[in-house]
Design a binder for this molecule. Structure first.
Ligand code: SF4
Length: 218
């Protein structure tokens, strides 16, 4: 990848569907996981692994006349996406993907991941997928998500931004805000330290520019 034509790399590099939720939440979190393979466990990630192992059993069952398939491989050649759906219900009006979540609700971040699953199903099966759901394991409740034009556009934008990060291999800067207190990677990321260093570098740069201007005008 390195040293090649950047435009060719942008066409070729595949993006994992799961990376989109990370990038949406915090681009640096996505970089730490997908560029640097950093993974810190917390209670949510451990519960999540256990929940996904149960979902990953690969079973097919009939529930109230609906065929339900688990751990379905997904891809989109058009968008350069690969991943998996936790559950897909095959309803009379088409496939209905369901993503299982363990931690606190992440709203629009999880919605983009689910929407990417829908985009893959549409390409793979040549059908329309207008809706899906996030299933929150703690509350055992589903939240339905409609795949609107704006959510689809946001999702494709995230795919492009994630791919650009993978191609350039540049770790994004920390967001250093309230998101960090819920982030399992905070100890590896050190957002305060990195943000302070960036501020110092910027201050150094400004001081250098000032000194250079003064030497020219004196
Ligand atoms: S600690 Fe903050 S800046 Fe670092 S990866 Fe997590 S959310 Fe992003």
């Amino acid at each position: 990848m390195n040293g090649g034509n950047a435009d060719e790399d942008l066409d070729r590099v595949e993006v994992l569907i799961s990376a989109l939720e990370h990038f949406s939440y915090c681009p640096r979190q996505c970089g730490l996981i997908h560029l640097e393979q950093t993974f810190d466990e917390n209670i949510y990630t451990i519960r999540g692994q256990l929940a996904h192992e149960r979902v990953d059993a690969g079973e097919v069952e009939l529930t109230a006349g609906i065929r339900v398939e688990r751990a379905i491989p997904l891809w989109s050649d058009r968008l350069g996406l690969r991943g998996k759906a936790d559950v897909v219900e095959f309803r009379v009006d088409g496939p209905y993907p369901i993503e299982y979540k363990v931690g606190p609700p992440r709203g629009k971040h999880a919605d983009a991941q689910l929407c990417a699953q829908a985009l893959c199903l549409e390409e793979m099966l040549s059908v329309s997928v207008p809706r899906g759901a996030i299933f929150h394991i703690a509350t055992r409740r589903r939240r339905e998500v409609e795949f609107t034009e704006s959510l689809r556009a946001r999702t494709t934008g995230l795919i492009e931004a994630t791919r650009r990060m993978l191609v350039t291999q540049v770790l994004p800067p920390p967001v250093n805000d309230a998101r960090c207190s819920h982030c399992s990677l905070a100890e590896s990321c050190l957002p305060d330290v990195v943000a302070d260093r960036r501020r110092l570098e910027q201050a150094d740069g400004q001081a250098f520019e000032l000194a250079a201007e003064e030497s020219v005008t004196s």
